[in-house]
Design a protein around this ligand. Sequence first.
Ligand code: ATP
Ligand code: ZN
Ligand code: MG
Length: 486
Amino acid sequence: MKFDLTITIKLSSDASHLKEELDEFMKDMEINADVEWKIEDDNLILHILSTERRSHEWALRLYKKLAAFFGKRKIGLREMHVERYEIEFELEREALKEVTIPFADVKFDGKTARMIIVDKGEEFIRQNYVDRMIRRIKEKVEQQYYEGKKEYWQLLWKSEEKQPVWNKDPSEEMQKRGWIVLLGKGKWFYRPQVAAIMRAMERIALEKVVLPLGFKEVIEPMHVSFDTWLRTGHLEGMPGEIYYICEPKSRDEKQWERFIDLVKITREVPEDELLKNLKPPREGVVYAQCPNIYASMKGKTIADESLPLLLFEHYVPSDRYESGGKHGIERVDEFHRIEVVYIGTKEQLLELREKLIERYKHVFNSILDLEWRMARVTPFYMQQAGMLGMEESDAKGTIDFEAWLPYRGDRSKEWLEFQNISIVGDKYTKAFNIKGQKEELWSGCSGIGLERWMVSFLAQKGLDPDAWPDSFKKYLPEIPEGPKFL
Ligand code: ATP
Ligand code: ZN
Ligand code: MG
């Protein structure tokens, strides 16, 4: 690592006459870096070359000492200015192509990366962005190796093959029959027939998995603050999938007068006028329920007797901007999930995961009678050898549950993830500063996608209850009638 920084410190008056005294003073400075200095009128120019501690940290330290030195001589120190800051660091592997980041130019020479920052104000040094910029460049280079690669996928278990009763697309069929109605992009209205099927799925999940394991219901807001998503990483992970929420600037009708006039006259929504009346977003619609659950316990120490803490939420829908990827009711912009969240010691969570899997298995084998499988999946950025030790990667991570969709074709490849189970280690307990009395707490969640359960079942078992397994019919003996239209 090499940190090569040139800064100018503005002085309240010309200090050229202090050159010798300053030389003396600087000699006694205990700094583990090469420092050069000169005074040009009312500017003090420092050049700091360091290979260990970052040069800007030395600059901050020097600034304090120099303020005392000049203060005694009736000269004040004004702001610092970064003239040039060149940082050299080593990469794990060579970059495959150029990388850009804010605040700096980036150049590569083999495995050496060089980040050049010029002409920045004092706040740049004080905010200490440099480490995060280095990390970001390393991350971007690593990502180049995984571009286009899918996540790592390893089969854990699969059911026997089951003969599907049909091979149609349930969403298309239900739309034809008027059971579901598309209301805006990726948002469906479920008429009584489908609402009943989805509620039956939900009852099964609650009665056979969630409640018997001791999960207790919580109800959370539909809005998630940026503070929460900064902690969970959603804002850096999937900013393009979030539905953002804007508050009005005011509820005063006067402020909205022109907007109202335009609506009344044009019968359209005047976009520019609307935007003028909105604040920039500071929150978004729930993407998954767990972040708000963690946020509700920010900074808390959980009593041993409450561990493992088992909670579930099934009140708010999840919204995601899926853009072009939408299909039927299995990939929608608004969907309904039960999310269970567990917080406890590592041992407690490993035990719980086994129990969850056992109960899920019972549901998918003996109630829904699905052809399904479980796979361990690892996001590309964690695949790199050494990121996770073997033991680590067994404990932490995600298991996807997938079902075969006969309408899509061959069972060798046409599978849909309908839910998952994750243990994320201390990622979120750390991020929200949630502690145990003695032991470090881990956490995890399992998202039960009700649309996905429904599609998996209907794609294999059809829309006719006569062909459904009796074990499911117990939960929904018949499909209710919907409204008739002329
Ligand atoms: P995918 O890879 O299919 O986009 P994901 O990895 O984004 O899924 P998670 O964030 O892990 O999904 O969400 C957990 C569960 O939420 C999924 O297993 C699925 O049941 C459900 N889910 C996610 N996205 C959608 C969607 N667009 N429509 C319906 N259900 C969804
Ligand atoms: Zn979650
Ligand atoms: Mg997704």
